[in-house]
Design a protein around this ligand. Structure first.
Ligand code: HEM
Ligand code: HEM
Ligand SMILES: [Fe+2]
Length: 445
């Protein structure tokens, strides 16, 4: 069954793609600055570019998640969205808040708290926006004909993500306390509630793409939710080792964060097993690529590369180096970037009626972006390990080390170009689908 109000999702996806392009642009500004082409320095210094890059990342992912919810919830609940008009209001206000924040960063209107740079007054607008979004989604879900596990897990993830934004708004004079609660947002998002969002979207896609029974798929989902909470909540401790809080966190954080890869492993096994089991294969091969890809790359980027620096003995040396950037890129890409691209690939043909299920352009988009991102991860990783040895082990001066590892950024920019080519191809495919039509959504399937 399709629902006309699912059309809203398209515009969230379009906003998401636009912001992704901008995010990549700022990535290149940093990459080029690192190899001596810092021509934009006067207006966009490195720290500005970095804040814009990471905040745009968060906003394009959130816009993608919201689009996913507007697509999935009506179909799961078997009910049209309660208000399409308000959903468009929410879309436009989301775009306005995002753009305002990013423009402000260029004029040094921001807070120096990595990932939470948005100034507090704007945070209130974010809260209002997200409340409107949640209201629309939750009312639709509970007024609907059914409340599936998939829809509940997805909505729970979105609701908790909104609630967890609040500790990041508390004012503190103490750097330690501020840092302590900053991680409630940053860590508990990506290693907690966003995993539920990912699990929900993954479950929806696997139900559609593999034809395996919902009961089987949703049983797995319970396991993933369980593993996520078991490890991720106390796993927050891997950010508390040396920040000035109680030393008990060295043990708690070490043990529980070491368990975190299990949730990502479960997700990868889940996806691959359901694919193998599935008999009714859906013709949308591209959506299948992105879905399986997300589960597998998330395990490598978040699970394996997260584990690589999570023990206190290692983190003592690697904290805040390019080793972190190595992990941050592949984890965000695999888990959240790819799952957003997966739900877009699945839903676009249904929304627009154009069945570009398996174009060679689409395949190239998948492979180039992934090969490029893996190359970038390796470049960051090599630079990071060199940085750890030179700066932390041999006590070389910070800036001298940065100069020493400059060559790895040449590799980074080359791989980033491959990555960006893949993304451009993906967006060409997106545009070729055209806009959603009522006729496309009238065909029952
Ligand atoms: C999709 C899931 C994940 C994403 C998107 C992600 C992303 C990130 C990002 C962006 C940072 C830098 C944060 C900052 O400094 O503000 C970070 C730090 C870190 N992550 Fe993850 N991560 C994920 C999962 C994991 C997992 C499962 C583990 C452990 C097994 C892990 C271990 C770490 C550690 C130890 C740090 C701190 C690095 C440091 O001290 O500089 N991450 N992660
Ligand atoms: C053209 C592509 C890209 C380039 C050239 C690029 C480059 C960079 C650079 C140079 C940094 C700063 C590292 C430092 O502190 O020295 C950075 C940070 C970051 N980028 Fe990218 N990036 C690109 C695309 C992406 C994408 C697609 C994602 C996510 C899916 C991403 C996620 C991040 C994150 C999470 C950080 C912060 C890492 C940390 O906290 O250490 N980037 N990027
Ligand atoms: Fe963490």
């Amino acid at each position: 069954m399709k629902y006309k109000s699912q059309k809203v999702a398209y515009w969230f996806f379009a906003l998401s793609m636009l912001l992704l392009v901008l995010q990549i642009t700022y990535g290149f500004i940093m990459g080029f600055a690192r190899i001596g082409f810092d021509n934009l320095h006067e207006f966009i210094p490195f720290n500005t570019a970095r804040a814009v890059h990471t905040n745009l990342l968060v906003v394009w992912l959130l816009s993608g998640f919201m689009g996913a919810a507007y697509y999935i919830i009506p179909e799961e609940a078997q009910k049209e969205l309660v208000s399409v008009k308000l959903a468009y209001v929410q879309l436009i206000s989301l775009a306005l808040v995002g753009v305002t924040a990013v423009i402000g960063f260029h004029f040094n209107i921001w807070e120096g708290r990595k990932f939470l740079e948005i100034p507090r007054p704007l945070d209130y607008l974010v809260v209002i926006n997200v409340l409107l979004f949640l209201g629309l989604i939750l009312i639709t879900l509970f007024k609907g004909k059914r409340q599936t596990t998939t829809a509940l897990v997805l909505s729970m993830g979105l609701l908790f993500a909104a609630l967890l934004y609040l500790p990041g708004m508390l004012p503190f004079d103490s750097q330690v306390k501020d840092s302590f609660f900053r991680w409630w947002v940053v860590h508990l998002w990506v290693e907690g509630v966003w995993e539920l969002i990912m699990g929900g979207i993954l479950s929806f896609l696997l139900i559609k793409l593999t034809g395996v029974d919902r009961e089987v798929i949703e049983k797995w989902l319970y396991v993933i939710v369980g593993l996520t909470f078991l490890s991720g909540v106390l796993g927050t401790g891997h950010h508390y080792y040396y920040i000035g809080v109680n030393k008990i966190w060295i043990i708690v954080g070490g043990i529980f964060s070491a368990l975190e890869p299990l949730a990502f492993l479960a997700m990868a096994l889940f996806a691959v097993n359901m694919y193998r089991k599935g008999e009714k294969k859906h013709p949308n091969k591209l959506a299948l690529y992105w879905t399986l890809g997300a589960a597998i790359v998330a395990f490598v980027g978040a699970g394996l590369l997260g584990f690589a620096h999570t023990l206190p003995q290692t983190n003592l040396y690697t904290h805040g180096t390019l080793v972190t950037a190595m992990h941050g890129h592949l984890a965000f890409w695999g888990a959240y970037g790819m799952i957003v691209l997966a739900i877009i690939s699945y839903s676009l043909p249904n929304l627009t009626g154009r069945k570009l299920f398996d174009s060679s352009r689409g395949r190239m988009a998948f492979w180039l972006s992934n090969i490029g991102m893996i190359g970038m991860t390796v470049a960051f990783g090599v630079a990071g390990v060199a940085q750890v040895y030179l700066e932390r082990k041999f006590k070389m001066d910070f800036m001298l080390v940065q100069k020493e590892i400059g060559i790895h950024f040449v590799v980074l920019v080359i791989c980033a170009s491959i990555f960006a080519t893949g993304i451009i191809l993906y967006i060409v495919d997106f545009i070729k689908h055209g806009q959603p039509t009522d006729e496309a959504l009238e065909i029952k399937n």
